[in-house]
Write a protein that binds this ligand. Sequence first.
Ligand SMILES: [Zn+2]
Length: 353
Amino acid sequence: MRKKIISLVCLVTAAAAVSAQEVTTTNSDSLRTAVREAADSVKQDTSDVIVIRRVPLESGRTIDDDMLVVDTIPSSNEGVSIVLFNDNTWRYVRNRNVSAEDDTVFTSDWDTVKLQAYDIELKDMPVSVVIDLVDSLKSYHYPIIGKINSKYGVRRRRSHQGTDIDLEVGDPVYATFDGRVRISQYQNGGYGNLIIIRHDNGLETYYGHLSKRLVEPDDWVTAGQVIGYGGSTGRSTGPHLHFETRYKGQSFDAERLIDFATGTLRRETFLLKRSYFSIYSKFTQDFDEEVKSEAEDKKIAAQAAAVQYHIVKRGDTMGRIAINYHTTVSRLCQLNGLKNPDKLSIGQRIRVR
Ligand SMILES: [Zn+2]
């Protein structure tokens, strides 16, 4: 495993060794070749690819504003492409046409009109859930950097379920993580122009009071994409971004994830506890305890990632399951001790990792 990780690092170096001038639309062949060859070398063993995929990016890594996509190269995994940027860095990106089709995060409880898409009571929520924020398939970008005007919590006897960040009208507002736009609409008297994005890890982020919305429901967005411009629409006393983080409809303090003064992501893996959904539960209260438990959180996340199952549904084939979980049919057969991959029955539990 270690060797494979090193080869991935070499891949970045190989790409970086090609000078910026060489990366033009007509002359990116050498870079393409370097990246493709190195990527193929890590993809020979699919189980290793999955391990590498889960190695997190260096802490706080974001996509720069001036990074442009130079090229997109297919990888040997149909569900994942390699995107090259103009600064010679690259990252894996999900091919949504392939991997999203059966991704229940973006199909179940999916409502592009009603803000509250979930029908789960707080008492029925899990006591805690591990949320992967960034890894090599999940990127982060701050929504906006600025002074906090108003924090999550009770404000003048009303619940304020988001964080208000200062901005100027027209400032670009960015998608925080990759995902799909669920809501893009005007909310009279409340959020004003509101965008809600659901992310691969199940989190939703809310962006309120925008002066302009640039995305529509069902659009796929990547972290760092400009989704709208800051404003003061709806119930707002001045230009700011009302930003919320929610899980299955329940809000929690966004400052647990993001330091808005610097734009940095505070952690790569987040253990979201049910107690955080209380409007009285604030980031600053238990941060020391959270930092101490981060190592434990990562261990739980690694264990959860190590084994994963899929329940066979009508229409499933081994090939489709393999694509959706970024693995191969032979690997699935090996994991499940199956001799005949064509014999699947509905309700059967298949180990996919
Ligand atoms: Zn607010």
